[in-house]
Design a protein around this ligand. Sequence first.
Ligand SMILES: [Zn+2]
Ligand SMILES: [Zn+2]
Length: 347
Amino acid sequence: MRAVVFERYGEPARVREVADPRPAEHGVVVRVEATGLCRSDWHGWQGHDPDITLPHVPGHELAGVVEAVGDRVSRWRPGDRVTAPFVCACGNCPSCAAGDQQVCERQSQPGFTHWGSFAQYVALDHADVNLVAVPDGLSFATAASLGCRYATAYRAVVQQGRLAAGEWVAVHGCGGVGLSAVMIAAACGARVVAVDISRRALELAREFGATECVDASDGRDTAERIREVTGGGAHLSLDALGSPATCAASVNGLRRRGRHVQVGLLPSATGTTPVPMARAIALELELLGSHGMAAHAYPEMLRLVEAGVLRPDLLVTSTIPLAAVPDALASMGTAPGAGVTVIEPWR
Ligand SMILES: [Zn+2]
Ligand SMILES: [Zn+2]
């Protein structure tokens, strides 16, 4: 099959022929119809993820058709339209038993712990636990965008963030996950403050339901401006980018008893992130993390997508062939495009 491969961290990836994957006895091989390009892929390519071994094929947001199934898979057959969370759970550990597959103790992640979906085929583990059926009415490009960013945003806003109608929510960083969060929060009836340094990203945020936009590049204190426009601070705030500056601004922009959810990755390779804990104590803030979403939690989100309440399809701003991935991956570090880029490996 053809795949995007990198041999060294930070050096150009290239498209070449590699061996087709085979399914594990509990796993499947999926023919990739669409796969999203995410900032986490860039982190992996930069060498920020200790799970990766070289050479490597990135890609963890995917949708496609089951091509082959292992002997111990009972719920899936070749031809099924599927997607999967980027955290593939084991199904057996105490976290999985508690329903928390998104923090499984023996998880695998395509594109990190093994070769991912920037390829014509990808192997996924423990298919009975991790695959999610893609409804016929949902395109593969849209389904691919659910796997990491949209589902992560959904869990961050609805489940971890417990957002209620009428509350103020601040979203720091309006890339794929941030714009997803803006759209989901607006659909929940919240008032949304979008924060970014890109005018185009803020325009999209406004289109997707943000009522206030804060340009974090204009030299003023971002947290102070959020406290101003929200009349004292956001009830819920998400760091959807993942940086010391956005994390601190998110926590500092909260009102008393507010909730911060860390969504953007803070890779250990880039150092420990300081958090304003004095404010957390004085204001009784809640500091939470959000790490994908378990497969069993998808149907609630998919029902809202099918009903047209949530429109992840609107986030897909470009589709590219496999050959364009090396350059697109490199640009995620400095100039990530607004919205979501989806790769179609068969093109
Ligand atoms: Zn991702
Ligand atoms: Zn587990």
